[in-house]
Design a protein. Structure first.
Length: 349
């Protein structure tokens, strides 16, 4: 009797699960996310895809760069009858809290819509919040398919022709790591040497890039600039300078349109002096190499997903302190400190 009872219970259990499994196996779910998605959106997308696969669905990942195709029969394999959109939520709607939107569409009808916010939490707690959101979205889809089993084998001829979703191949799995910046700079000493204008080139590498923070290192070169003039009764001098620095950049909210940053660096400073003496003095040419350090702040404005305008204001300190001597007169000094302002463009590679 016990054997028959167990057999009956097992048969009923299989009979109950088999239709749901067949619905999932017959369906392909399209996961939609924007290109250059934030870390939060990428993590939520990965957890949702894992939950779909574990449930038995076939998953197709697409981005949102163009409108191409309908939610209908895929070129091969299972038909696509459901789409799950995952996108970032504008910071103003939730007071700057990192948040994402997850929305499930079944046959052109939204059946699930939720906003997932992680605030300042991280680690395992953050993972549990995102996993719970993915489970709810997939469970809602399963329940809708169970209520309407005809959706498991859709009639493509009756698919609403107006149901379109933006799709394209997912070719940008993460944020670009390298950046190339070109800018113009103006350096101004507080001790007698006028402004010097020069081009600046910076190559940077982003080794940490999250939705809320950015850490990058860079190499900065400033050379071939204009010359400032220092004068005294004994003559005058044309002063030029070059700069080569290794920088560390710390940024906040790099996934937003505007994000601030701080910059610090160490490197080499090179000053050139071309003197012209007033009789009976004779001018001479000289140069100086010195150690340099800089610290400052900046603001980056995203123009496109890969192009940003960057403004930086830094103070430059030089050891030993360069000075321009004309006769016995100190005509000017620089580097204690010198202000260096730059404005340019940064391209993500």
């Amino acid at each position: 009797m016990c054997v028959r009872l167990r057999l009956a219970i097992g048969t009923a259990f299989v009979a109950f699960l088999a239709p749901q499994a067949s619905f999932a196996a017959a369906l392909r779910v399209r996961l939609l996310r924007p290109s250059h998605a934030s870390a939060l959106v990428r993590e939520l997308t990965a957890r949702t895809a894992g939950e779909l696969v574990a449930t038995g669905f076939s998953v197709e990942l697409q981005d949102l760069q163009s409108i191409d195709g309908l939610i209908g029969e895929a070129p091969e394999g299972a038909p696509v009858v459901a789409a799950i959109l995952i996108d970032a939520v504008d910071e103003g709607s939730l007071r700057g809290s990192p948040s994402a939107l997850i929305e499930t569409t079944l046959r052109g009808r939204v059946i699930y819509h939720a906003t997932v916010g992680v605030g300042q939490i991280g680690g395992e707690e953050r993972g549990r919040v995102l996993s719970a959101a993915a489970v709810r979205a997939v469970s809602t889809l399963q329940a809708a398919l169970t209520d309407r089993p005809a959706l498991a084998t859709p009639n493509i001829a009756t698919t609403p022709p107006h149901v379109a979703v933006p799709i394209a191949a997912d070719k940008t799995p993460g944020r670009p790591r390298f950046g190339l910046g070109v800018a113009g700079s103006m350096s101004q000493s507080l001790a007698g040497i006028g402004p010097i204008f020069a081009p600046v080139v910076r190559l940077s590498y982003h080794f940490t890039s999250l939705a809320t923070s950015l850490v990058a290192v860079g190499l900065r070169l400033s050379a071939l600039g204009t010359q400032a003039t220092a004068t005294a009764l004994a003559g005058s001098a044309q002063v030029g300078q070059d700069l080569a620095m290794a920088d560390l950049l710390l940024g906040w909210r790099p996934s937003k349109r505007l994000h601030p940053m701080v910059v610090g660096g160490f490197g080499l400073y090179h000053m050139t002096i071309d003197g012209r003496g007033a009789s009976p003095y004779v001018g001479r040419t000289d140069s100086l190499w010195a150690a340099a350090a800089s610290v400052g702040a900046g603001l980056s404005v995203a123009v496109t997903p890969r192009l940003s305008a960057v403004l930086e204001i830094q103070t430059l300190w030089v050891w030993p302190e360069p000075a321009v001597m004309i006769g016995t007169v100190n005509a000017g000094r620089t580097g204690r400190p010198c202000f260096v302002n730059s404005l340019g463009l940064m391209v993500s590679l």
